[in-house]
Write a protein of this length. Structure first.
Length: 118
């Protein structure tokens, strides 16, 4: 549909209504994936309107749980800026405190690997 194998919620249209695949689309997609991993649902799934319409509406923001990790919330907000020119770059995300926090917690180790290390 969009010239990509991504689900629609991982691709946001540009402000001119076109779909151009750039690294900034990957940033949006990363935000979508991290959101789904954290909350177990697609971004904008709780919107009263169609989620794809919500993606286009600049007045609709991602819903976060009360007490959500502020670093994660900021990271997700940086990924899902609708204006592609203002969306975070990959380098900005790599330097973000959320990734540093997650990596320092050995996030990528499995439970079994952690037990073996002990």
């Amino acid at each position: 549909m969009f010239g990509s194998n991504r689900p629609p919620e991982q691709i946001v249209p540009r402000s001119d209504g076109t779909y151009k695949l750039t690294k900034k689309v990957d940033v949006w997609g990363l935000g979508s994936v991290v959101y789904q991993m954290r909350y177990g649902k697609k971004p904008f799934a709780d919107c009263s309107e169609n989620p794809m319409i919500a993606v286009l509406d600049p007045n609709v923001r991602l819903q976060h749980e009360i007490g959500a990790d502020p670093a994660m919330t900021e990271f997700l907000e940086m990924c899902t800026v609708r204006d592609v020119q203002n969306r975070a770059t990959i380098d900005q995300l790599l330097a973000h405190r959320y990734l540093a926090q997650v990596c320092s917690q050995n996030f990528f180790q499995t439970k079994q690997t952690k037990q073996e290390a002990e």
